[in-house]
Design a protein around this ligand. Structure first.
Ligand SMILES: [Zn+2]
Length: 480
């Protein structure tokens, strides 16, 4: 941590980037215990399919992340799917052709009736779908005895031949577009092979602790590595095998998490979950109005580095103190605060300002989630009831994008737009930039909310004394 006072030539710092940097450096276990909005939503939502569509686009294109929103008007022009992608941008016509193929195939999946016991999310607004299993409304004629035995899930209907065939066609088509990136991740630095070797030499106590079958897990990994070495899969058998093997390995997420393979695991589980979520969505009775409507794809412009503005952030406490209310400035120098050192990576967007200790500079980057919100704002679409109040994201939403979405709602007091998974404060991108076109009022609110969150984290004592034994990925090498 740098505490030196800046000299007379100190650059002008930006409050937004400075508070982001301060939040990133603040060491607080489980900040979501203090700031409830950082918590991940517990239950699946009706809008998870937007996360899934964003995930497929991110796998099919060269970009790292994708965001989606949808305007549904089934009886009129169909669904307008808005897509914003990070740089490098994908080839829109190619991705559009894939999206068209996937949504066409989703339409061919037969509607199912879910009978599992935890089907709260299946209850429709008027409660018409909330009948008990085996109710007389069951059009497929599935008997009550059969239903009562299938509380684990919808497998009994999933064995249906029509379902199996159409689902396989869908999975094959998705994996045809997405497998190259997945295999790239498995092959990068030979991660797949390394994970296999680590599983084969995993201490017996882990095997016992997690109750896993080593031969079974090793078998799946061998199959995955063999498929990855083919690099380009063309046959439906290979693509289906990749899907089922990736899914099988992803189910060992907890034991594998310890094996320094975070991005490998994330890729397997993200793609598997996206495919399964879309199958779930497309076969759901109450989603049929949306599924069966024509889909239009609209690309939202995300400003690239050419239009980015430079920023300067500071770690100097005296400069940081200038942007927080005077009442709690003293708290910034409290010995109970733990700061992490901040070291910009050579390949990152942020660099140390030469001969200016504690100052960091870079070019602002507009995230696709924020660009999409700015688009909805500029076109007044967020007030349109046909817009579903959700922004789908291919990755966990960063703190700054989440705070922007909240600030937009609280400042304008309009329809609340939500997001799903959230990333933690360690993932904060100091170069995060405010998208143009949303006006100064939302910006002011955004910075004030960030400063408010920072204050709560600084002033609240540690609430989780067991944080050191909670899973701590900080020891994992970069790139995993
Ligand atoms: Zn973001």
């Amino acid at each position: 941590m740098s505490t030196s006072t800046s000299e007379t030539t100190a650059p002008t710092t930006n409050n937004l980037h400075t508070v982001l940097l301060a939040l990133k450096r603040l060491r607080r276990p489980r900040p979501d215990h203090i700031l409830p909005h950082l918590r991940n939503p517990k239950d699946p939502s009706d809008f998870d399919y937007l996360d899934a569509l964003a995930t497929l686009c991110a796998f099919a294109g060269p970009c790292d992340s994708v965001s989606t929103a949808v305007r549904c008007s089934p009886s009129l022009e169909g669904n307008d799917l808005y897509i914003a992608t990070s740089s490098p941008p994908p080839d829109p016509p190619a991705l559009q052709a894939q999206l068209a193929a996937w949504t066409d195939l989703m339409r061919t999946l037969p509607v199912r009736r879910r009978v599992d016991s935890d089907s709260d999310s299946d209850v429709s607004e008027d409660g018409s779908e909330s009948e008990e299993p085996g109710s007389p409304e069951s059009e497929e004629g599935s008997g009550s005895e059969e239903d009562s035995e299938s509380k684990e899930g919808p497998e009994s209907e999933f064995e249906d031949h029509e379902y199996a065939t159409s689902t396989q066609s869908f999975i094959v088509e998705v994996y045809r577009g997405c497998h190259a990136k997945l295999l790239d991740i498995i092959n990068r630095d030979d991660v797949g092979q390394k994970v296999l070797e680590r599983v084969e030499t995993m201490p017996e106590r882990y095997i016992v602790l997690y109750g896993i079958s080593r031969p079974q897990l090793a078998g799946y990994l061998k199959c995955l590595v063999a498929l990855a070495r083919k690099k380009l899969l063309t046959s439906a058998e290979d693509l289906l095998s990749l899907y089922s093997t990736a899914k099988a390995v992803a189910e060992f997420e907890r034991p594998l998490y310890r094996l320094e393979c975070v991005s490998f695991l994330r890729a397997l589980s993200d793609l598997t979950l996206a495919v399964d979520t879309l199958v779930d969505f497309a076969t759901h009775r109450k989603m049929q109005d949306i599924v069966q409507s024509p889909w239009n794809f609209i690309w939202v412009h995300v400003p690239g580095p050419e239009s980015a503005r430079d920023f300067v952030a500071t770690t100097n406490v005296d400069e940081l103190a200038a942007i927080v209310p005077s009442k709690w400035r003293d708290a910034l120098t409290s010995p109970t605060i733990e700061w992490r050192d901040f070291h910009p990576t050579p390949s990152g967007n942020v660099q140390q300002v030469e001969e200016s200790p504690g100052h960091f500079t870079g070019k602002g980057v507009v995230h696709c989630e924020s660009a999409l919100l700015a688009y909805l704002h500029a076109n007044q679409l967020y007030e349109d009831k046909a817009i579903q109040p959700y922004i789908g994201c291919s990755r966990p939403v960063c703190y700054a994008c989440l705070t922007l979405i909240r600030a937009h709602y609280w400042e304008l007091y309009t329809r609340r737009i939500d997001v799903g998974r959230r990333s933690d404060l360690e993932e904060i991108d100091v170069s995060w930039a405010y998208p143009r076109g949303m006006g100064p009022a939302v910006y002011k609110r955004l910075v004030a909310d960030m400063v408010g969150d920072f204050k709560l984290l600084v002033r609240n004592p540690y609430k989780d004394v067991f944080h050191h034994i909670v899973t701590d990925p900080s020891g994992l090498p970069e790139g995993f």
